[in-house]
Design a protein around this ligand. Structure first.
Ligand code: FE2
Length: 266
């Protein structure tokens, strides 16, 4: 590393980061927009997403929800405290965020219950191949790639985009009102905890990436980080596209007609 990076500007301002990293984020912005502005969230936000597509979305996203702490655990194994401040920060960040994720799988199950799905629908039911590709990609990059690349793919790209679409879905009461009152609170919990407009996690990840690599990144490092961020966005978009696509038989889903009717009628 030629020159270490020490942030002096605001955490959540892109201008606070090295030029090469600002360029990477800018180069990935179209792919990110295709995720956070995806039609599936437009329809969810407006309360018009067909129940079958909603269940496909919940079932297909499950592996990444369930495995996210494991991705971070694989990155934690790469941390070497003696390598300096960036590693010390990564250590703290990963340990803290693994703990934050502790209850999120249960919240996802509660959300799915709100759409008439049972635990087995998530664990053993159908999910789209594109969503499997997303979880395989996350596992692969966290297992094999350097810390900065894997954190860019997961903590920066996936957590960042997720916070934004969750905030968008929560920004109108329409979707929330689709749930009967007795299940509304648990069904909305996952979205609520991920919908902080001021969520600092992706920015903290960006700071760690900048510190790990420094002001002067090598061309191949830049290419690898940009490709990892773009891949995560592209796999997310492909998974959401598939959830919206043609009707596919779900072995466990669609059993609770009453719950489906309640949401559809909203
Ligand atoms: Fe989470």
């Amino acid at each position: 590393m030629d020159r270490p990076f020490v942030r002096t500007g605001a955490l959540m301002e892109l201008a606070s980061y090295p030029h090469w990293l600002q360029d990477v984020v800018a180069a990935c912005s179209d792919a990110k927009h295709a995720v956070v502005g995806h039609e599936i969230f437009q329809q969810m936000h407006a309360g018009v997403l067909p129940p079958a597509a909603m269940r496909k979305f919940l079932a297909s996203s499950w592996p990444v929800i369930e495995q996210f702490p494991q991705y971070m655990a694989m990155n934690l194994l790469k941390v070497q405290y003696e390598l300096g401040t960036a590693h010390a920060m990564a250590r703290k960040y990963l340990i803290r965020n693994i703990r934050v994720e502790q209850n999120h799988v249960e919240y996802w199950i509660d959300w799915s219950h709100g759409h008439g799905m049972q635990r087995d629908d998530l664990l053993f039911g159908w999910r789209c191949s594109s969503a499997d590709a997303l979880s395989h990609w996350c596992w692969h990059t966290c297992e094999r790639d350097p810390l900065a690349v894997a954190m860019a793919a997961t903590n920066f790209a996936i957590e960042g985009a997720t916070g934004e679409w969750a905030a968008f879905v929560c920004s109108s009461p329409v979707y929330e009102r689709g749930f009967p009152e007795d299940v509304r609170k648990p069904a909305m919990k996952w979205l609520r905890v991920h919908a902080h407009y001021d969520d600092t996690h992706p920015w903290e990840a960006l700071e760690i990436i900048a510190m790990l690599i420094g002001h002067r990144a090598q061309r191949r490092e830049i290419a690898k980080i940009e490709s990892a961020i773009n891949k995560s966005y592209e796999y997310l978009r492909a998974a959401f596209d598939e959830c919206l696509a043609t009707q596919i038989h779900m072995p466990f889903g669609s059993r609770d007609a009453a719950a489906e009717k309640a949401v559809a009628a909203a």
